[in-house]
Ligand binder design. Sequence first.
Ligand code: ADP
Ligand code: MG
Length: 261
Amino acid sequence: MSEVISIANQKGGVGKTTTAVNLAASLAASEKKVLLVDIDPQANATSGFGFSRSDYEYNIYHVLLDIKDVSDVRLKTSMENLDLVPSNIGLVGIEKEFYDKDVKGKEMILKNKLAEVVSEYDYVIIDTPPALGPITVNALSASDSVIIPIQCEFYALEGLAQLLNTVKLIKKTINPRLTIKGFLPTMYTSQNNLSKQVFSDLKQHFKSKLFVENKTSSYIVIPRNVKLAESPSFGKPIIEYDIKSQGSRAYQNLAQSILAS
Ligand SMILES: Nc1ncnc2c1ncn2[C@@H]1O[C@H](COP(=O)(O)OP(=O)(O)O)[C@@H](O)[C@H]1O
Ligand SMILES: [Mg+2]
């Protein structure tokens, strides 16, 4: 059975793309067939795999407009078990397109388009934009679950209620099977009191929804790690850029925890 997981948080810069890319790559390295879907107009997951505009003609925008199918636009990545549906800045136009034409069932377009290929994969990971608009709604409607990265810095939990309400609403209306897979603390710095505070707040409110390491049963946190920030500029996931780095180990632990769940 395939599992579709969105990585979502309407805040920018919290580690969504880093998580989508590196979770997808870590699952693929564990011999799982993975499709990474970039549905953010900023296309950072696409460039994170070293693809630039000239490498592909069509992208998720054309899929959502039903001009192309997922199988027409997906790209093979440097990793054998990992395919990517690329995005492009042109995707910003989709919201206007949906709005102007008042497209019927527009919340379900991504789900319907993914149906063609989903059985080919063990996991489909969706990287979403920093907004709760129609694109993210499409991603959540297409998903079995959502992972919410929480940056361990200022105002981390601000806006979380709004995100949780959106998840609840989608669950109640168009996608009853949607669950919260977990909250993932990101950019954690152990010397920093604020990081500790955010993590302890998360533990207090969402203890059962934190990921735990299989072997040690300790909570999984993604450390602030310069290698994680560097790897996209080399067009590689961390597991290919520096497999032994702390960041790489943290994302491998996350993947193992998900594989065991
Ligand atoms: N654990 C980390 N350690 C260091 N830098 C990180 C980490 N996670 C993300 N970053 C960097 O922070 C920035 C924002 O992360 P990103 O994953 O793009 O967030 P989002 O997709 O939520 O906007 C990027 O430059 C990224 O490389
Ligand atoms: Mg992003």
